[in-house]
Design a protein. Sequence first.
Length: 117
Amino acid sequence: QVQLVESGGGLVQAGGSLRLSCAAPRSIFSSGVMGWYRQAPGKQRELVASISAGGRTNYADSVKGRFIISRDSTKNTMYLQMNSLKPEDTAVYYCKADSDFPYFNYWGLGTQVTVSS
């Protein structure tokens, strides 16, 4: 059973910052696309940001300029630096790792982020 371990969620006031972390096994981290998704109550899960093994990044329009995704190969860990947080950023944030070849698709258990107004 592959484990993606998220950490760093919590409660923050609007305008504040949080950093999420996702640790993955080396074999997964080195070959897959890593991403952060979020799901707010009553809404579908959506992509927040992703980063390829080569470092190519992709962001949802709603977080561009505020969030920064990065990965540290020495620690097999992905990060999401979230700045200028808004109440609408409140959601459970999930880490995902996937690859077409070899195929795999793994999710973490999620970490709650709550932004108060």
